[in-house]
Design a protein around this ligand. Structure first.
Ligand code: PLP
Length: 435
């Protein structure tokens, strides 16, 4: 038995996986360096998905291993019911990017960061004498996590239908899906009318029942949707008019992925709550953040008995994870990976755009180093290409030594977008392997 087959048997015997794989044989990775991963048989691949949209600084950074080791030797753990130095330093560092406007709550995953955001939004309204405001609005096609609240906020039927009923009080409105514009607008005639539907949704629901809207600046896992400029500002205006908080999910968009430090920096928008994970540590250790604007945080600073945020997490803000995040941000800044994400993203599109003349390529969307290629059977009707064909493309890429991804699954019919999100450290020579 060859080595990979042996590992595959042991994997199958002992591990439950989350996703139905494009190929029955999982990649069993033994080693990873820079933008490349190597399996247990020594086959090398370019990781065009940066793990799961998260390895922003690339694999195998000794500086990050050293930061974790030093912190573990000095002080391995203390709960954030009190505090510790790396957490304070990291919160300060994040605030240098956020105009010192936020306080930081730590947890462990993107899902958990969003759960915290929902609790904070509801508690904020409750402590401002608006306890009728409990509904959270998100957009179809979005992904916000796998836990019962974050999954309820997710707008993809296929991920949810086996687990319903999920958390109550979550509802959905239209996404900025320009290729399939629900209002049949063309870019030349679009005046961001889809945001009017968000406005109407709040009114129809009764604004006094709505706590928050959650949105990714650029929907990523749901097929890379890039709305026209001005979309986020319009949504923020709507939120302000209705007294609704805006939660911006930066779990994928954050830490340079879209060519700016945070996705919402592409417009003049100040979110009430920001969630972060993935690129925060480039996946080296689990850590997530829920950042609360200080104007919003005031509601938690009263001396009333139950007015503090009643949420304890054992591992959130783990000291080694904070030390890694700090070093990771230092690398992103020092190596100018945000600018690189922008430049390589432009290059990738330049190299890819000729694919648009292929009858099965409906659309190519991108922001920084995050790209979606929508494959269709028929470019007039925009019928999604059959799942088998998209899986064939993925396995052909793998045969050629490149790993890319796809969005979603079968139930809602939106599983036809190839996704590309390599490490932001990718250079001009290596990015060419993707096209
Ligand atoms: N939010 C977004 C936008 C995501 O893409 C994800 C994960 O892919 C999450 C939240 C959930 O993050 P996690 O998988 O760390 O729980």
């Amino acid at each position: 038995m060859n080595e990979t087959l042996d590992w595959q048997c042991r994997d199958e015997e002992n591990i439950m996986h989350a996703l139905k794989r494009a190929s029955k044989q999982p990649l069993i990775i033994e080693n990873a360096k820079g933008c490349f991963i190597k399996d247990s048989d020594g086959n090398k691949y370019l990781d065009g998905m940066g793990g799961l949209w998260c390895v922003n600084v690339g694999y195998g950074r000794e500086e990050l291993a050293e930061a974790a080791a030093e912190q573990m030797k000095n002080m391995s753990y203390f709960p954030m019911t009190n505090s510790h130095l790396p957490a304070i330093e990291l919160a300060e560092k994040l605030n240098t990017w956020l105009n010192n406007d936020y306080v930081i709550f730590f947890s462990n995953s993107g899902s958990e960061a969003n759960e915290m955001a929902f609790k904070i939004a509801r508690q904020y309204h409750s402590q401002n004498d608006s306890s009728s405001r409990y509904k959270i609005i998100s957009r179809y096609r979005s992904y916000h996590g796998a836990t019962m609240g974050a999954l309820a906020a997710t707008g993809q039927a296929e991920r949810k239908y086996k687990y319903e009923p999920l958390a109550a009080g979550f509802l959905h409105t239209v996404p900025p899906d320009c290729y399939h514009c629900p209002l049949n607008k063309k870019p030349s005639t679009c005046n961001l009318e889809c945001t009017d539907l968000i406005d109407h949704t709040i009114t129809w629901e009764g604004e006094e029942t709505v706590a928050a809207i959650i949105m990714e600046p650029y929907i990523s896992g749901g097929g890379v949707l890039v709305p026209p400029q001005g979309y986020m500002e319009r949504v923020k205006d709507i939120c302000e008019r209705h007294g609704v908080l805006l939660i911006v999910d930066e779990v994928i968009n954050g830490f340079g992925r879209t060519g700016k430090m945070f996705g919402h920096f592409h417009e003049n928008v100040t979110p009430d709550i920001i969630t972060m994970a993935k690129g925060l540590t480039s996946g080296y250790l689990p850590l997530s953040v829920t950042a609360i604007h200080k104007d919003c945080y005031e509601a938690f600073e009263t001396s009333e008995k139950y007015d503090h945020f009643r949420s304890v997490t054992t591992f959130g803000g783990n000291p080694a994870a904070c030390a890694v995040a700090l070093k990771n941000i230092e690398i992103i800044e020092r190596e100018k990976y945000i600018e690189n994400a922008y430049n390589q993203g432009e290059q990738l599109y330049e190299d890819m755009k000729e694919l648009l003349s292929h009858p099965n390529v409906g659309d190519i969307r991108y922001k920084g180093l995050m790209m979606g290629i929508e494959l269709v059977e028929d470019s007039i009707n925009k019928t999604p290409i059959h799942e088998d064909k998209i899986n064939l493309v993925l396995s052909k890429c793998k045969e050629k030594g490149v790993i890319i991804g796809k969005n979603g699954d079968t139930v809602d019919g939106f599983n036809n977008v190839l996704t590309i999100a390599p490490p932001l450290s990718i250079d001009a020579g290596t990015i060419r392997f993707l096209s």
